[in-house]
Design a protein around this ligand. Structure first.
Ligand code: GLN
Length: 244
């Protein structure tokens, strides 16, 4: 068994160590004796996304999102939409998550028309939503409790065609108003959770791997790993946030 991973826009969308999620995906496959390859797809490059089982897109500031628009509409948009329709597993974070929706309008009124693969849109607010936060995935998304870090101006609103990834326990999530966090559509998982999302949340990492393996091989029995260190970090952050 082998998963082929594509790291999309590692040169422009990589905030707070988003790229560390790639290391975690790779390691958790290797520890189980499953093959893995990772290709980078920077701005200006072209590739067929149908070759991949899992696509990772990190976060970026408004500036980087504007910079990649031309490149996105010059080919990658069609590739991404086709991959999503075909059931490829995608993890998209913050700016990368917003990019899969219809548009992002900054607080200053600059409009970025995105790819509309997911029925959602984002509008920038004056006050940024920043901090460590906790959310609980809905049962169909594994039901695990996730600790993450968010820093965004955009408030994302989901249309009827997508489900939230989960509900906020502490923090802001999609918009700080309706209690939702992230989005799930086909095998796309969008979230505002930056940085060490997967190292600190091994159950969520395994959900992504399982989703990709299931699609490719029709089965996805993942051998258990010793997650003691990972869960210590996870539980410590939840305890700190609960203390306020
Ligand atoms: N530019 C977006 C916002 O502020 C995304 C930020 C990010 O990816 N951290 O909403």
């Amino acid at each position: 068994m082998e998963l082929k991973i594509c790291h999309m826009y590692p040169d422009v969308l990589n905030l707070y160590g988003d790229g560390g999620n790639i290391i975690t995906l790779r390691r958790r496959l290797q520890w189980r004796g499953i093959g893995v390859s990772v290709d980078k797809l920077p701005i200006g490059s072209s590739a067929s996304l149908s070759a991949y089982d899992l696509i990772f897109i990190g976060g970026g500031q408004d500036f980087e999102q504007e910079v990649l628009l031309d490149d996105l509409h010059r080919g990658k948009e069609a590739e991404l939409k086709a991959a999503i329709a075909d059931g490829t597993t995608v993890l998209a974070i913050c700016g990368g998550y917003q990019m899969l929706g219809n548009y992002y309008r900054t607080h200053e009124g600059v409009q970025c028309d995105f790819i509309g693969a997911l029925d959602l849109y984002t509008v920038g607010a004056k006050d940024r939503m920043i901090g460590n936060y906790v959310f609980e995935c809905s049962p169909e998304n594994g039901g695990s409790t996730i600790v993450g870090f968010e820093n965004h101006s955009g408030k994302t609103w989901l249309g009827s065609g997508v489900q939230p990834l989960g509900k906020v326990i502490t923090g802001f999530g999609n918009n700080g108003e309706d209690g939702t966090e992230g989005a799930r559509f086909n095998n796309v998982f969008g979230t505002y959770s930056h940085g060490p999302l997967l190292p600190k949340n091994p159950a969520f990492c395994d959900l992504l791997l399982q989703t990709a393996l299931q699609r490719k091989y029709g089965t996805a029995e993942l051998a258990p790993l010793d997650d003691a260190a990972e869960l210590l970090a996870h539980d410590e952050m939840i305890a700190r946030l609960k203390k306020g």
